[in-house]
Design a binder for this molecule. Structure first.
Ligand code: IFM
Length: 441
């Protein structure tokens, strides 16, 4: 009997994801650039600097992606370049994005454009960022300019990347700008981001009726450290509801539902054509009454668990399937808008790719509408508060020399994209230790 080959649907999109501030270089007019200049804000003390020099060389890396068999690319546009001062729009910046998107199309790559990926223009950050009462109309106006300028090359939009991460790390943990530590402001910022999402959704459809608009939601598996402990289950449930559910409930039901109760109804329903999943890892949560600021939960991992580099979490492919199944009741097409691993020496990534994509394939067999997969990331890039310590690229980048070296998993991913399948030969070549798990019998 021939061995199983795991085929994906014929119109499945294969690509990678990047974000403007992490790859473009010299985005010096936003809140992240200002944040990086302060000692101790970035782990290795290094800054985004020239990043991957995409403002000059995006096309070169997109050509590499096309050679590697990719048919889609998720990138973001930088608000602070497009609107460097309130109400002043820079047509040269928009023209540069037009050039990049045109090049992607010419290479056979369909762009998915994110309108906000973590960074705010400095002028808006100085006014109070997402908490400012005019943040939503200002975002709406910026989105209108982008769609008018780029709509010729793009009708596939992601409004906001990971609002739950912005709120958790920027407004509660204080390790991303604006560096706050408190729930009140966090809830206000989160609500404002979801209202901005809804305004953008409506604006884009008004300007470009056939557009497909969604947002990218980061989901992390948060399981109780001890399933038999009611307190661990309670703390894990609380963290899970806040991180994984609040923002989904907002767009699904229109409720801004706080972790311990209900918030106001917002006009958010029916503002998604698709939903994006950014999945990476899992944590275990134990009750800790000394951590009210972390919803009484302490994160850990099992001693025997395989961990990812730099304390990024646990190698946990089943989480991909669990998150996809959790998104299914929304009844929307699902794209995996990010999934990847920090792995400088590429010793885990081939296995990570194969096991996570196997989960995607398996979920598709149950008729879940999963339409595409964007690996994070095409190239190593500036990893926010972790600086250059975490390397997520299929292609290694030396930020000093700008030299590119594809890692072995770039070729594995190429083979998967070209075959639109995972084959036994790929498993044998790139991760033979998975044979028993993926090809039993
Ligand atoms: O690099 C980030 C990206 O900007 C948002 N999602 C998670 C990635 C890896 O940490």
């Amino acid at each position: 009997m021939p061995e199983a080959t795991f085929h994906f649907p014929s119109d499945f999109v294969w690509g990678c994801a990047t974000a403007a501030h992490q790859v473009e270089g010299h985005n010096s007019n936003n809140d992240w650039w200002a944040w990086e200049q302060v000692e101790d804000h970035v782990e290795d003390g290094r800054r985004s600097g020239l990043a991957c020099d995409w403002w000059a060389r995006a096309e070169e890396d997109l050509a590499r992606a096309a050679e590697l068999g990719q048919t889609g690319h998720r990138l973001s546009v930088e608000w602070s370049r497009i609107e460097p001062a309130e109400g002043r729009f820079d047509t040269a910046a928009l023209d540069r994005y037009r050039e990049i998107l045109r090049a992607a199309r010419t290479l056979g790559i369909e762009p998915l454009v994110t309108l906000h990926h973590f960074t705010l223009p400095l002028w808006l950050a100085e006014m109070g960022g997402w908490e400012h009462p005019r943040a939503v109309p200002l975002f709406d106006r910026y989105v209108a300019h982008v769609v008018e300028a780029l709509g010729e090359f793009c009708d596939f939009w992601c409004t906001i990347n990971e609002p739950n991460v912005v709120v958790s790390l920027g407004h509660i943990a204080g390790i991303f700008p604006p560096g706050q530590r408190g729930f009140g402001a966090a809830m206000k910022a989160g609500r404002s981001m979801m209202r901005a999402h809804a305004a953008a959704y409506r604006r884009i459809h008004a300007l470009q009726p056939p557009a497909r608009v969604g947002f990218a939601h980061n989901m992390r598996i948060l399981d109780p450290a001890n399933r038999r402990s009611p307190l661990d289950r309670w703390a894990a449930g609380l963290q899970d509801r806040f991180f994984n559910q609040t923002f989904l409930t907002a767009v699904d039901r229109g409720w801004w539902q706080l972790p311990l109760g209900f918030g106001p109804a917002l006009r958010l329903r029916k503002t998604l054509d698709w939903v994006g999943l950014n999945y990476y890892t899992r944590d275990l949560v134990a009750f800790d009454r000394h951590r009210p600021e972390e919803m009484f939960g302490r994160r850990s991992h099992k001693e025997e668990a395989e961990l990812l580099d730099g304390g990024y979490g646990e190698f946990y492919p089943q989480g991909m399937g669990r998150c996809l199944r959790r998104l299914a009741p929304l009844g929307l097409p699902i794209y995996i808008t990010e999934n990847g691993i920090p792995d400088d020496d590429d010793d885990q990534r081939p296995r990570y790719l194969l096991t996570h994509l196997y989960q995607v394939w398996e979920t598709i067999q149950h008729n879940y509408p999963i339409m595409g997969y964007y690996h994070w990331s095409l190239v190593d890039n500036f990893e926010w508060a972790k600086g250059w310590t975490l390397r997520f690229g299929l292609i290694e980048v030396d930020p000093d020399s700008q030299a590119r070296t594809p890692r072995r998993s770039a070729y594995l991913y190429r083979d998967i994209c070209r075959a639109n399948a995972i084959t036994p030969a790929m498993i044998d070549e790139y991760a033979p230790e998975l044979r028993a798990e993926l090809l039993p019998g």
